[in-house]
Design a protein around this ligand. Structure first.
Ligand SMILES: C[S@@+](CC[C@H](N)C(=O)[O-])C[C@H]1O[C@@H](n2cnc3c(N)ncnc32)[C@H](O)[C@@H]1O
Length: 333
């Protein structure tokens, strides 16, 4: 159940595409802006800078002394956002660094940017990444089997598809794509080797799964491979844990997830401070957790936003406030 209704999250000027560009249309930008910013002169991190839409919206909500630091592992995103936010950069309100948010703490310390007042994680891929056939993320266009958000990373989808044992492929499709015909598809992939392009992979999956299910199946297979190639869930867990070390007490984190594998991890960590979802209590029986979700539960896009930007349909925004460790007291071992 969403924590707010559609009226609450309409953008202030009524246009949910206010911060959209051809590169990417950010989702829930008004909610992020309204709920993440608690200090108008503060320091904020957009750890998934993309085309700079959310960063722009944060800068619009912040005062002239505030600084937004953007992080992205994709050089196309950095170049685009730096260009878009050139004025803020010149004014000293915006900077951008290339890196993986799995190294969040190290990146921020290197920039002398700890503690911070807030962090945004808008997970997954940008529209630009999906739309560029040469990046290999899409089953709707033919391109190399790549799928790396960071082109410097070693592992490509081509290696996974052509070299992984059938059993590992099957597990990846099942665990990261929630694909119930993972066995049949993994077997077809192994039989069809070598696969060269996204078109080869899409044809192989189509051959293994009869219509009318093929589009949903293709989406699940491509999602699973993308998660593997970019180690997305590991990086998310690392970023969440490190955010606890860099956000000041009273500061906030906002995360936007697009599927349940992400959202489950975010929910458990923000509620319990661990990924198992195990409540911890102090000597007096009080709950001990580094974050308090505010509001409790996900915020979803309005019908108006989903109509304008279909990508918003699956988005789940969670916001949490960093608790004071001393007030929490030590957990019972
Ligand atoms: C959904 S888009 C963000 C769009 C952005 N909020 C905007 O308004 O344009 C996600 C971005 O995060 C980046 N990204 C994903 N995982 C990352 C990671 N582990 N480290 C750094 N950047 C990452 C992607 O390259 C992509 O540009």
């Amino acid at each position: 159940m969403a924590a707010n209704d559609s009226e609450d999250n309409a953008s202030p000027d009524g246009d949910p595409l206010r911060y959209a560009t051809d590169f990417h249309a950010p989702v829930l930008s008004h909610d992020v802006q309204a709920r993440l910013v608690t200090a108008s002169g503060g320091r904020y991190v957009d750890a998934t800078l993309g085309g700079g839409g959310h960063a722009r919206s944060l800068l619009d909500a912040l005062g002239p002394d505030a600084v937004v630091l953007g992080i992205d592992q994709d050089p196309d995103a950095l170049a685009t956002a730096r260009d878009r936010l050139a004025e803020a950069r010149e004014a000293g309100c915006f900077r951008a660094v290339r890196g993986n948010f799995g190294d969040l703490e190290r990146l921020l310390r290197a920039e002398d940017f700890v503690p911070v007042d807030g962090i945004l994680l808008d997970l997954g891929v940008s529209s630009h990444q999906i739309d560029a056939p040469e990046r290999g993320f899409s089953f709707q266009a033919d391109g190399p089997l790549d799928m790396r958000m960071d082109p410097r990373r070693g592992l490509t989808a081509r290696q996974v598809v052509n070299a992984w044992p059938e059993r590992d492929l099957r597990e990846a499709l099942r665990d990261y794509g929630d694909e119930r015909r993972a066995g049949r598809i993994a077997h077809a992939i192994v039989e069809a080797r070598p696969l060269d392009t996204t078109g080869d992979l899409a044809d192989t999956v189509r051959g293994a799964v009869p219509p009318p299910d093929e589009v949903k199946t293709l989406a699940r297979v491509f999602q699973a491979l993308r998660i593997v190639v970019n180690a997305e869930l590991d990086m998310l867990e690392r970023a969440l844990e490190q955010s606890t070390a860099v956000v000041r007490p009273g500061g906030r984190i906002a995360t936007i997830s697009y599927h349940s594998l992400e959202d489950r991890r975010v929910k458990r960590y923000l509620r319990y401070g661990n990924f198992e979802g195990t409540p911890r209590r102090d000597l007096y029986g009080n709950r001990v957790a580094p974050w308090t979700e505010t509001p409790r539960g996900p915020i979803e896009a309005s019908e108006e936003e989903v109509a304008a930007n279909p990508r918003a349909r699956s988005a789940r925004l969670r916001v949490a406030e960093r608790q004071d460790d001393e007030e929490m007291g030590p957990p019972v071992p």
